[in-house]
Design a protein around this ligand. Structure first.
Ligand code: BJW
Ligand code: ZN
Length: 267
């Protein structure tokens, strides 16, 4: 395992060995977590003064039991987060990931994130393992609910909001995967196939501790793919990756793109 602490002052040349190792890869998976959106101003979940769950107990918000016990409290919190995301913009990491398809036409993005910043940066066919905040549905009959178009008003973080009701009488719930719920089956099947058959997997901004999603880098490694991690902090993936790039995604992904371009023009 090769660990490198990256700062922009170093310049992208320090990433040339990685660009060379990736040079012959065809099937590439970029696996992302909340850290890829941190530089867009969207809070991560764990570890940090501003992390969502330093402020809110997960069990109080991110379970079906919490929603059934108090739908307005949970819906209000997710409406607040949906409004924050609608105001955010993709950052240089999202843009660089979208641009990586110039080098790897078969690249696919598999994200745990419930925001749409990869799509807004230009990535296509993104797999959302934990759903999307803008795809709410009825809790009872699963009928899709369409939010009003445009940027929603920004409510206070902790103010309860009564969820809309479906024609069947059920409450509308956020279109995300809560603890104890299964991941969308087709998306999970597609993600395991991609991770199990890729040449390289780049894990960006995830603590890699929520399962089953966290199996994906481990699956890629067990199939001899090159596994690269981008994260400013240590994670449980450190031992399993070939290249461990410590730093911010918004610095490292553009530098990796530049190193790949440099490597290509030199060959
Ligand atoms: C930067 C950065 C920068 C900062 N640049 N990086 C085995 C053992 C024990 C429990 C389980 C187990 N297997 C399954 C479970 C249960 C559970 C689970 O995994 N629990 C763990 C906590 C142990 N899993 C489930 O329940 C899953 N379902 C399931 O297993 O179904 C089968 C089943 C059915 C019935 C009973 C039991 C099992 C579902 C998991 C759903 C997760 N949902 C959430 C919430 C979504 C809704 C919402 O948004 O509110 O998804 S949880 C939350 O964590 C969210 C995320 O997608 C997910 C992953 O978090 P992520 O993205 O890694 O964020 P962080 O905050 O953890 O990390 C951010 C990282 O970024 C950090 O490392 C920073 O350093 C870094 N960073 N700035 C780069 N600028
Ligand atoms: Zn319904």
């Amino acid at each position: 395992m090769h660990t490198l602490t990256y700062t922009p002052e170093q310049g992208h040349d320090v990433l040339l060995p990685l660009a060379q190792a990736l040079g012959s890869a065809q099937k590439v998976v970029v696996f992302t977590g909340a850290g890829v959106s941190a530089e867009s101003g969207i809070a991560t979940f764990r570890n940090g003064a501003n992390a969502l769950w330093s402020r809110n107990d997960a069990q109080r918000m991110a379970t079906p039991e919490a929603f059934h016990a108090n739908p307005a409290r949970v819906w209000g919190w997710y409406e607040y987060r949906r409004a924050v995301i609608a105001r955010a913009q993709p950052n240089p990491a999202h843009l660089a990931i979208a641009a990586l398809t110039r080098h790897f036409p078969e690249l696919r993005v598999v994200t745990q994130n419930v925001d749409d910043l990869h799509e807004r940066a230009g990535s296509n066919d993104v797999i959302h393992l934990h759903g999307r905040l803008d795809q709410a549905r009825c809790d009872k009959c699963a009928r899709a609910f369409t939010h009003l178009s445009g940027i929603p008003a920004l409510p206070e973080e902790e103010v309860p909001i009564q969820p809309p009701q479906c024609a069947c009488g059920g409450y509308v719930r956020p279109g995300v995967v809560w603890f104890g719920e299964s991941l969308p089956e087709d998306d999970w099947d597609a993600a395991t196939h991609l991770a199990g058959h890729c040449d390289a997997l780049i894990s960006v901004g995830t603590s890699a501790m929520v399962f089953p999603a966290a199996q994906l880098p481990r699956l890629a490694k067990s199939n001899n793919a090159t596994v690269i991690q981008v994260n400013p902090a240590p994670t449980e993936m450190d031992l399993h990756c070939d290249f461990n790039l410590r730093g911010h995604a918004g610095d490292i992904l553009p530098a990796l793109l530049a190193a790949l371009e440099r490597n290509q023009s030199a060959s």
